[in-house]
Design a protein around this ligand. Structure first.
Ligand SMILES: [Zn+2]
Length: 260
């Protein structure tokens, strides 16, 4: 099968037309006519992922995050992005990125998070202005009302994360929860306006935590941690579409953040 046919199926599911304008999705490295030997799914493209692709005889990496985001003027070994792209080209590895096509998907990144947290009646937090079936984040209700500390423990278990940063607890029960995988500080106001008791996201800065304004508990679970199940989402879809084709979930953990 050629990459073009493969991409056609991905496009039917998560069209690049629904990605954000700032994004860089689609085929990032490679030739549409390349015959695929196997596809490996990862959250990020790194040199280690390329090594894993080579070892597992996959010449296509389906990456959630795009390795090239704002353009490259040189492809040398100067930065990790250049090194990774160079290594992919030298080894005939193609790279396809999905990113915000799946962030904005009704059953995408944030649906997966709401599923992990067993949220009921969940809907899109920030619907797209032209198409309200797609959009950023999700909001829904827990199956049972929880004390704040119990809720934090619940997140740790369900989202497989040991470290959580959060704003001051408000001594209120948690019922309504907003989520946005990845960098979600831009949606704090949306979560408050829609009466969420808690907002789970990542990459919150010091001053963002003040924005809770004693109205909501802001919870930063880590960027990688918030999006880690996206790999499974992509994998499950592609395995169903191509049951007889080698589609592998990468085993390399690409999280660049370490905890001590
Ligand atoms: Zn992300």
């Amino acid at each position: 099968m050629r990459i073009q046919e493969f991409i056609c199926e991905i496009e039917k599911w998560a069209p690049s037309s629904q990605a954000e304008e700032f994004d860089n999705v689609g085929l990032i490295v490679g030739n549409l006519n390349t015959i695929i030997s196997g596809a490996i799914i990862s959250l990020d493209t790194t040199e280690e992922i390329i090594d894993e692709a080579i070892q597992k005889k996959c010449n296509l990496i389906i990456s959630f995050h795009p390795i090239i985001f704002s353009g490259l003027k040189k492809i040398t070994s100067f930065s990790y992005v250049q090194k990774t792209v160079l290594k992919a080209i030298q080894n005939n590895i193609c790279i396809y990125a999905i990113h915000t096509s799946l962030d904005n998907h009704n059953k995408g990144v944030n649906f997966k998070i709401s599923e992990r947290l067993k949220l009921k009646n969940s809907k899109i937090l920030i619907p797209n202005k032209e198409n309200d079936q797609i959009g950023m984040g999700r909001i829904g209700e827990l199956t049972e009302v929880m004390e704040e500390k119990k809720f934090l423990k619940f997140i740790k278990t369900r989202m497989k994360t040991n470290t959580i940063r959060h704003s001051k607890l408000l001594n209120k029960k948690i019922k309504r929860v907003a989520v946005l995988g990845g960098s979600g500080s831009f949606a704090i106001k949306n979560a408050i306006d829609q009466d969420a008791d808690a907002f789970i996201t990542a990459d919150l800065k010091y001053h963002n935590f003040f924005e809770s304004n004693k109205q909501i508990v802001l919870i930063d679970i880590g960027h990688y941690e918030s999006e880690q199940f996206t790999k499974n989402l992509i994998h499950d879809y592609l395995r169903k579409k191509f049951p007889n084709f080698a589609i592998i979930l990468a085993s390399t953990n690409t999280n660049p953040v370490n905890y001590f």
